[in-house]
Design a protein around this ligand. Structure first.
Ligand code: ZN
Ligand code: ZN
Ligand code: ZN
Length: 139
């Protein structure tokens, strides 16, 4: 599996143009080991690509919608999805200290479907679950 190629293929399949900023953000996310904010990403974008933080946020919105990237709430940043288009629940183990994030997948059926009360129905349930602790390098 190749994050860059797979993501470009997915963007095309969904009718999105392959723009300079989209490719540049994919390249930054493909190398990142910790969640990056739109500002962090903007700093890594090559100078010949015309973009600003607003552009980066728009790109990230599309990526989040398509499942190419995830927003990590505890670190207020974005990471690539390591299991693009794979069904199931995407979980993140986040190190409190260095922010290193590892993704793991849990296959359907989602346990949340069983525990969400019947009076709170949700269709097309999506969720991001983050578990935090101390990684091996930091402990
Ligand atoms: Zn994922
Ligand atoms: Zn750590
Ligand atoms: Zn789930």
């Amino acid at each position: 599996m190749n994050f860059l190629e797979d993501s470009i293929r997915l963007l095309r399949a969904k009718g999105y143009k392959i723009t300079g900023p989209r490719v540049a953000v994919l390249e930054v996310l493909s190398k990142a080991e910790i969640p990056l904010s739109a500002y962090d990403i903007e700093e890594h974008i090559p100078k010949n690509i015309r973009s600003n933080v607003v552009t980066i946020y728009r790109v990230l919105d599309v990526f989040e919608e398509l499942g190419i990237a995830h927003r990590i709430h505890t670190k207020e940043g974005y990471v690539r999805c390591d299991f693009e288009l794979k069904r199931g629940c995407h979980y993140f183990a986040v190190c409190d200290k260095c922010g290193r994030t590892s993704e793991f997948l849990h296959k359907d059926p989602c346990f949340l479907k069983k525990i969400i009360p019947k009076n709170l129905p949700l269709k097309n349930l999506k969720h991001i679950t983050e578990v935090s602790g101390t990684c091996q390098q930091c402990s």
